[in-house]
Design a protein around this ligand. Structure first.
Ligand code: ASP
Length: 329
Protein backbone atom coordinates (compact mmCIF):
# COMPACT_ATOMS: atom_id res chain seq x y z
CA UNK A 1 0.00 0.00 0.00
CA UNK A 2 1.51 3.38 -0.83
CA UNK A 3 1.71 6.05 1.88
CA UNK A 4 -1.11 8.15 0.48
CA UNK A 5 -3.53 5.26 0.49
CA UNK A 6 -2.53 4.45 4.06
CA UNK A 7 -2.94 8.11 5.09
CA UNK A 8 -6.44 8.31 3.63
CA UNK A 9 -7.57 5.02 5.12
CA UNK A 10 -5.63 5.26 8.40
CA UNK A 11 -7.15 5.71 11.83
CA UNK A 12 -8.34 9.18 12.77
CA UNK A 13 -8.12 9.67 16.53
CA UNK A 14 -10.72 12.06 17.98
CA UNK A 15 -9.74 13.59 21.32
CA UNK A 16 -12.54 15.23 23.31
CA UNK A 17 -11.91 18.14 25.64
CA UNK A 18 -15.46 19.51 26.13
CA UNK A 19 -16.86 22.84 24.91
CA UNK A 20 -20.25 23.80 23.49
CA UNK A 21 -19.89 21.07 20.87
CA UNK A 22 -20.53 18.72 23.82
CA UNK A 23 -23.05 21.10 25.40
CA UNK A 24 -26.63 20.32 26.43
CA UNK A 25 -29.58 22.60 27.16
CA UNK A 26 -32.37 21.51 29.50
CA UNK A 27 -34.57 24.44 28.53
CA UNK A 28 -34.14 24.30 24.76
CA UNK A 29 -32.67 27.82 24.69
CA UNK A 30 -29.40 28.10 22.80
CA UNK A 31 -27.91 30.59 25.26
CA UNK A 32 -28.95 28.62 28.32
CA UNK A 33 -26.91 25.44 28.32
CA UNK A 34 -24.06 23.65 30.01
CA UNK A 35 -20.91 23.14 27.95
CA UNK A 36 -18.94 19.88 28.19
CA UNK A 37 -21.73 17.38 28.98
CA UNK A 38 -21.64 14.75 26.22
CA UNK A 39 -18.79 12.29 25.82
CA UNK A 40 -16.70 12.40 22.66
CA UNK A 41 -17.99 8.92 21.70
CA UNK A 42 -21.54 10.35 21.77
CA UNK A 43 -20.43 13.21 19.49
CA UNK A 44 -18.94 10.74 17.02
CA UNK A 45 -22.01 8.46 17.19
CA UNK A 46 -24.26 11.42 16.33
CA UNK A 47 -22.62 11.84 12.90
CA UNK A 48 -23.93 9.15 10.53
CA UNK A 49 -21.23 9.76 7.90
CA UNK A 50 -18.54 8.73 10.41
CA UNK A 51 -20.06 5.26 10.93
CA UNK A 52 -17.80 2.51 9.67
CA UNK A 53 -14.73 4.75 9.36
CA UNK A 54 -11.54 3.77 11.17
CA UNK A 55 -11.95 6.17 14.11
CA UNK A 56 -11.00 6.00 17.75
CA UNK A 57 -12.41 8.48 20.27
CA UNK A 58 -10.85 9.28 23.64
CA UNK A 59 -11.98 11.68 26.33
CA UNK A 60 -8.97 13.73 27.43
CA UNK A 61 -10.91 16.30 29.48
CA UNK A 62 -14.44 17.64 29.86
CA UNK A 63 -14.22 21.42 30.33
CA UNK A 64 -15.78 24.66 29.21
CA UNK A 65 -12.77 26.07 27.40
CA UNK A 66 -13.08 29.40 29.22
CA UNK A 67 -11.50 27.37 32.06
CA UNK A 68 -8.63 26.05 29.93
CA UNK A 69 -5.22 25.76 31.55
CA UNK A 70 -2.00 23.80 31.79
CA UNK A 71 -3.46 20.61 33.38
CA UNK A 72 -5.78 20.07 30.37
CA UNK A 73 -3.16 21.20 27.88
CA UNK A 74 -0.66 18.80 29.39
CA UNK A 75 -3.10 15.87 29.20
CA UNK A 76 -3.91 16.83 25.61
CA UNK A 77 -0.24 17.05 24.62
CA UNK A 78 0.45 13.62 26.10
CA UNK A 79 -2.53 12.09 24.26
CA UNK A 80 -1.57 13.80 21.00
CA UNK A 81 2.05 12.76 21.24
CA UNK A 82 1.00 9.16 21.76
CA UNK A 83 -1.55 9.16 18.92
CA UNK A 84 0.71 10.92 16.41
CA UNK A 85 3.52 8.43 17.03
CA UNK A 86 1.32 5.49 15.95
CA UNK A 87 2.10 4.45 12.35
CA UNK A 88 -1.54 3.47 11.73
CA UNK A 89 -2.85 6.97 12.63
CA UNK A 90 -3.46 9.42 9.75
CA UNK A 91 -4.03 12.41 12.04
CA UNK A 92 -5.99 13.69 15.00
CA UNK A 93 -9.15 15.73 15.55
CA UNK A 94 -9.52 17.65 18.82
CA UNK A 95 -13.01 18.73 19.88
CA UNK A 96 -12.72 21.95 21.89
CA UNK A 97 -14.63 24.96 23.14
CA UNK A 98 -14.58 28.05 20.97
CA UNK A 99 -13.52 30.49 23.72
CA UNK A 100 -9.83 29.58 23.90
CA UNK A 101 -9.47 27.55 20.71
CA UNK A 102 -6.97 30.06 19.30
CA UNK A 103 -4.76 29.66 22.39
CA UNK A 104 -4.73 25.87 22.21
CA UNK A 105 -4.04 26.07 18.46
CA UNK A 106 -0.92 28.18 19.09
CA UNK A 107 0.27 25.93 21.88
CA UNK A 108 -0.05 22.89 19.61
CA UNK A 109 1.62 24.71 16.71
CA UNK A 110 4.63 25.48 18.90
CA UNK A 111 4.97 22.09 20.54
CA UNK A 112 3.70 19.23 18.37
CA UNK A 113 6.05 17.28 16.15
CA UNK A 114 5.65 17.88 12.41
CA UNK A 115 4.47 15.01 10.23
CA UNK A 116 0.68 14.65 10.62
CA UNK A 117 -2.34 16.96 10.58
CA UNK A 118 -4.05 17.95 13.82
CA UNK A 119 -7.46 19.57 13.37
CA UNK A 120 -9.30 21.45 16.08
CA UNK A 121 -13.04 21.79 15.82
CA UNK A 122 -15.81 23.25 17.97
CA UNK A 123 -19.37 24.52 17.82
CA UNK A 124 -21.26 27.72 18.56
CA UNK A 125 -24.50 25.89 19.39
CA UNK A 126 -24.97 23.09 21.91
CA UNK A 127 -25.57 19.57 20.65
CA UNK A 128 -29.28 19.84 21.61
CA UNK A 129 -29.89 22.95 19.47
CA UNK A 130 -32.03 22.81 16.35
CA UNK A 131 -29.13 24.77 14.77
CA UNK A 132 -26.40 22.46 16.12
CA UNK A 133 -23.24 23.05 14.08
CA UNK A 134 -21.13 20.45 15.89
CA UNK A 135 -22.01 17.38 13.77
CA UNK A 136 -21.08 19.09 10.51
CA UNK A 137 -17.91 20.57 11.99
CA UNK A 138 -16.83 17.19 13.35
CA UNK A 139 -17.52 15.44 10.03
CA UNK A 140 -15.59 18.20 8.20
CA UNK A 141 -12.68 17.95 10.64
CA UNK A 142 -12.32 14.20 10.02
CA UNK A 143 -12.54 14.81 6.27
CA UNK A 144 -9.84 17.49 6.48
CA UNK A 145 -7.52 15.19 8.46
CA UNK A 146 -7.77 12.56 5.71
CA UNK A 147 -7.40 15.14 2.97
CA UNK A 148 -4.39 16.84 4.58
CA UNK A 149 -2.74 13.48 5.35
CA UNK A 150 -3.11 12.43 1.70
CA UNK A 151 -1.73 15.80 0.56
CA UNK A 152 1.14 15.38 3.07
CA UNK A 153 0.27 18.66 4.76
CA UNK A 154 1.02 18.53 8.46
CA UNK A 155 -0.21 21.74 10.04
CA UNK A 156 -2.29 22.45 13.13
CA UNK A 157 -5.65 23.51 11.66
CA UNK A 158 -9.09 24.59 12.80
CA UNK A 159 -12.19 23.63 10.86
CA UNK A 160 -15.40 25.52 11.56
CA UNK A 161 -18.40 26.42 9.46
CA UNK A 162 -16.93 24.97 6.28
CA UNK A 163 -13.65 26.83 6.52
CA UNK A 164 -10.17 25.51 7.22
CA UNK A 165 -8.03 27.98 9.16
CA UNK A 166 -4.32 27.83 9.90
CA UNK A 167 -3.90 27.24 13.64
CA UNK A 168 -1.45 30.14 13.67
CA UNK A 169 -4.05 32.62 12.40
CA UNK A 170 -7.43 31.42 13.61
CA UNK A 171 -9.32 33.51 16.15
CA UNK A 172 -12.82 33.89 17.50
CA UNK A 173 -14.25 36.99 15.86
CA UNK A 174 -17.92 36.92 16.83
CA UNK A 175 -19.38 36.13 20.24
CA UNK A 176 -22.56 34.31 19.07
CA UNK A 177 -22.82 33.94 15.26
CA UNK A 178 -22.43 30.41 13.96
CA UNK A 179 -19.86 31.84 11.55
CA UNK A 180 -17.68 33.00 14.44
CA UNK A 181 -14.08 32.53 13.34
CA UNK A 182 -11.70 34.28 11.00
CA UNK A 183 -8.00 34.47 10.26
CA UNK A 184 -7.39 38.06 11.37
CA UNK A 185 -7.37 39.16 7.74
CA UNK A 186 -5.56 36.07 6.44
CA UNK A 187 -7.86 33.96 4.20
CA UNK A 188 -8.78 30.35 5.02
CA UNK A 189 -6.43 27.63 3.77
CA UNK A 190 -9.34 25.75 2.24
CA UNK A 191 -13.12 25.44 2.13
CA UNK A 192 -15.15 22.31 2.80
CA UNK A 193 -18.05 21.94 0.41
CA UNK A 194 -20.04 18.72 0.72
CA UNK A 195 -17.45 15.97 0.69
CA UNK A 196 -14.86 18.11 -1.07
CA UNK A 197 -11.97 20.05 0.43
CA UNK A 198 -11.08 22.95 -1.88
CA UNK A 199 -7.67 24.43 -1.10
CA UNK A 200 -7.05 28.17 -1.51
CA UNK A 201 -4.37 28.73 -4.18
CA UNK A 202 -1.00 29.84 -2.74
CA UNK A 203 -2.11 29.29 0.87
CA UNK A 204 0.82 29.02 3.27
CA UNK A 205 0.82 25.95 5.55
CA UNK A 206 2.83 26.38 8.73
CA UNK A 207 4.50 23.17 9.88
CA UNK A 208 4.29 22.57 13.65
CA UNK A 209 7.52 23.56 15.40
CA UNK A 210 8.02 20.36 17.38
CA UNK A 211 9.40 21.90 20.57
CA UNK A 212 7.73 19.49 23.01
CA UNK A 213 10.12 17.86 25.46
CA UNK A 214 9.79 15.51 28.44
CA UNK A 215 11.07 18.32 30.67
CA UNK A 216 8.34 20.68 29.49
CA UNK A 217 5.61 18.06 29.94
CA UNK A 218 6.99 17.47 33.43
CA UNK A 219 6.32 21.07 34.50
CA UNK A 220 3.67 21.53 37.19
CA UNK A 221 2.75 24.95 35.76
CA UNK A 222 3.72 27.25 32.92
CA UNK A 223 5.54 30.50 33.78
CA UNK A 224 3.20 33.28 34.81
CA UNK A 225 2.50 35.72 31.98
CA UNK A 226 -0.24 38.35 32.25
CA UNK A 227 -1.98 40.51 29.65
CA UNK A 228 -2.58 44.19 30.29
CA UNK A 229 -4.34 46.57 27.93
CA UNK A 230 -3.34 50.07 26.93
CA UNK A 231 -6.37 52.35 26.77
CA UNK A 232 -7.48 55.92 27.43
CA UNK A 233 -6.43 56.94 30.96
CA UNK A 234 -4.17 53.87 31.30
CA UNK A 235 -1.36 54.24 33.80
CA UNK A 236 1.19 51.97 35.41
CA UNK A 237 -0.86 50.98 38.45
CA UNK A 238 -1.78 47.50 37.18
CA UNK A 239 1.83 46.74 36.32
CA UNK A 240 2.92 48.03 39.74
CA UNK A 241 0.28 45.83 41.40
CA UNK A 242 1.48 42.78 39.45
CA UNK A 243 5.07 43.43 40.49
CA UNK A 244 4.09 43.91 44.14
CA UNK A 245 2.01 40.70 44.13
CA UNK A 246 4.85 38.82 42.49
CA UNK A 247 7.22 39.88 45.29
CA UNK A 248 4.97 38.48 48.02
CA UNK A 249 6.23 35.37 49.74
CA UNK A 250 4.95 32.18 48.14
CA UNK A 251 3.57 34.01 45.07
CA UNK A 252 4.02 32.56 41.60
CA UNK A 253 6.55 34.99 40.15
CA UNK A 254 5.56 37.23 37.28
CA UNK A 255 7.74 36.28 34.29
CA UNK A 256 6.12 38.09 31.42
CA UNK A 257 3.65 40.77 30.38
CA UNK A 258 1.90 41.00 27.03
CA UNK A 259 0.63 44.50 26.40
CA UNK A 260 -2.50 44.60 24.24
CA UNK A 261 -1.38 47.79 22.52
CA UNK A 262 -3.23 50.45 20.64
CA UNK A 263 -2.81 50.43 16.85
CA UNK A 264 0.53 49.31 15.50
CA UNK A 265 2.10 48.57 18.88
CA UNK A 266 1.84 51.80 20.86
CA UNK A 267 0.89 52.32 24.50
CA UNK A 268 -0.21 55.18 26.71
CA UNK A 269 2.79 57.28 27.71
CA UNK A 270 1.84 56.87 31.37
CA UNK A 271 2.46 53.11 31.13
CA UNK A 272 6.06 53.44 30.05
CA UNK A 273 7.75 53.98 33.45
CA UNK A 274 6.09 50.95 35.04
CA UNK A 275 6.90 48.75 32.05
CA UNK A 276 10.55 49.83 32.21
CA UNK A 277 10.55 48.98 35.92
CA UNK A 278 9.07 45.55 35.14
CA UNK A 279 11.74 44.94 32.54
CA UNK A 280 14.48 45.95 34.97
CA UNK A 281 13.02 43.38 37.38
CA UNK A 282 13.53 40.66 34.72
CA UNK A 283 9.95 40.52 33.42
CA UNK A 284 9.80 39.98 29.64
CA UNK A 285 7.47 42.47 27.95
CA UNK A 286 5.97 41.77 24.52
CA UNK A 287 3.72 43.99 22.43
CA UNK A 288 0.62 42.63 20.66
CA UNK A 289 -2.12 44.72 19.09
CA UNK A 290 -5.63 44.98 20.50
CA UNK A 291 -6.81 45.77 16.93
CA UNK A 292 -8.57 42.89 15.13
CA UNK A 293 -6.52 42.92 11.93
CA UNK A 294 -2.97 43.65 10.84
CA UNK A 295 -0.90 42.90 13.93
CA UNK A 296 2.42 44.67 14.49
CA UNK A 297 5.36 44.48 12.12
CA UNK A 298 8.78 44.52 13.68
CA UNK A 299 10.80 47.70 12.95
CA UNK A 300 14.60 47.83 12.89
CA UNK A 301 16.18 49.01 16.15
CA UNK A 302 13.08 48.77 18.33
CA UNK A 303 13.51 47.94 21.99
CA UNK A 304 10.24 46.22 22.88
CA UNK A 305 9.66 42.89 21.07
CA UNK A 306 6.47 42.53 19.03
CA UNK A 307 4.20 39.52 18.56
CA UNK A 308 3.48 39.97 14.84
CA UNK A 309 -0.08 39.01 13.92
CA UNK A 310 -0.74 37.13 17.17
CA UNK A 311 -3.72 38.22 19.24
CA UNK A 312 -2.82 39.19 22.82
CA UNK A 313 -4.16 35.80 24.00
CA UNK A 314 -2.03 33.92 21.43
CA UNK A 315 0.99 36.08 22.29
CA UNK A 316 0.55 35.18 25.97
CA UNK A 317 0.71 31.49 25.05
CA UNK A 318 3.76 32.04 22.85
CA UNK A 319 5.57 33.95 25.61
CA UNK A 320 4.82 31.49 28.41
CA UNK A 321 5.93 28.59 26.19
CA UNK A 322 9.10 30.49 25.19
CA UNK A 323 9.93 31.03 28.87
CA UNK A 324 9.10 27.40 29.73
CA UNK A 325 11.39 26.18 26.96
CA UNK A 326 14.16 28.44 28.23
CA UNK A 327 13.68 27.12 31.79
CA UNK A 328 13.77 23.48 30.70
CA UNK A 329 16.54 23.70 28.05
N1 ASP B 1 -17.77 28.49 26.63
C1 ASP B 1 -17.73 27.53 25.53
C2 ASP B 1 -16.33 26.94 25.48
O1 ASP B 1 -15.45 27.56 25.00
C3 ASP B 1 -18.09 28.21 24.28
C4 ASP B 1 -18.07 27.34 23.06
O2 ASP B 1 -17.54 26.24 23.01
O3 ASP B 1 -18.60 27.82 22.03
O4 ASP B 1 -16.12 25.86 25.91
Amino acid sequence: MNDNVRAVSGVVVVLGTGGTIAGVSDTGHDRDYQAAQLGVDQLVAAVPSLAGQPLEAYQVAQVDSKDMGWPVWRALLIALDEALARPDVAGVVVTHGTDTLEETAWLLHLLLPPGKPVVLTAAMRPATSSEADGPRNLADAVRVVRWAAAAEEDAVLAVLNGRVWAGTEVRKAHSWHIDAFDGGGVPPLALVEGDQVLPTPDAVWAEPRGQLSAALIGLEALPRVEIITSHADADGSLVEALLAASNREGAKPLRGIVVACTGHGTWHQDLEAALLKARRAGVVVWRASRVARGGIESQPGETWPVAGRLTPAQARVALTVTLALRDTA
